[in-house]
Design a protein around this ligand. Structure first.
Ligand SMILES: NC(=O)c1ccc[n+]([C@@H]2O[C@H](COP(=O)([O-])OP(=O)(O)OC[C@H]3O[C@@H](n4cnc5c(N)ncnc54)[C@H](OP(=O)(O)O)[C@@H]3O)[C@@H](O)[C@H]2O)c1
Length: 192
């Protein structure tokens, strides 16, 4: 990630979703390197980011909100958002952004992940960006974010497993717990 985000441009890097677990690390890495940086969040609030950084309210699903954040940015660290990808492309073109670093997923090149809803969304986002061949887009494709797993472990140890609506939003049914998942998949582990 460090080398991908390194740039000779004097223009600031826009870190979209700079409160996210990866976005936050990208932000602090760039600050450590004294690279010019600006951030966006959908609903930024005072005190969420280090002082002295330009903060923009930008929602990837709202094209109008993107122009102020993109205008003047040299490169953009971007979370993949299926709904907003065409608006992002338009904003990047209008602002003449030099490079987009797209937070994708290693699952897009993993044959066993074909058909998985999250994988397919990432794949589609990458394809739309690939078709915008006038833009330079670098997909980052991690398979597992260990930092997230560690956070879940801490939460579980504290008896405080967070319930989010991400799975329900994508699959239309609530996420199941490990006990249900294990029962559903027990046959997969049977030794014949
Ligand atoms: N977990 C894994 O092992 C794994 C592996 C490979 C790939 N991935 C991919 O990594 C990504 C998750 O990364 P993460 O853990 O850093 O996520 P995270 O901590 O949940 O942060 C997500 C960020 O996305 C921003 N965001 C969400 N919707 C947005 C919108 N409509 N407009 C603008 N910003 C928006 C949020 O910004 P605000 O809320 O501040 O606006 C937030 O900062 C997912 O795409 C996932 O598929 C995860």
């Amino acid at each position: 990630m460090e080398s991908v985000m390194a740039t000779a441009s004097s223009k600031p890097t826009l870190v979209v979703g700079a409160r996210g677990s990866v976005g936050r690390r990208v932000l602090f890495e760039l600050l450590d390197r004294q690279s010019p940086v600006r951030v966006s969040a959908r609903r930024p609030e005072p005190g969420q980011f280090p002082t002295g950084i330009d903060v923009f309210a930008a929602d990837l699903t709202d094209p109008k909100s993107l122009a102020p954040a993109f205008d003047g940015a040299g490169q953009v660290f971007l979370y993949a958002n299926h709904e907003g990808v065409h608006g992002v492309i338009a904003a990047a073109r209008a602002a003449d952004v030099e490079r987009i670093v797209l937070m994708s997923s290693g699952s897009v090149i993993h044959p066993s992940s074909r058909g998985n809803a999250i994988t397919e969304e990432h794949r589609e986002v990458e394809e739309v960006f690939r078709a915008a061949s006038d833009l330079t887009v670098v997909p980052i494709r991690p398979l597992v974010l260990a930092t997230n797993a560690v956070r879940f472990l801490d939460d579980a140890a504290a008896g405080d497993s967070p319930a989010t609506d991400t799975v329900e939003g994508i699959l239309g049914r609530p996420a199941c717990g490990f006990d249900v998942w294990a029962a559903d998949h027990a046959a997969d582990f049977a030794v014949s």
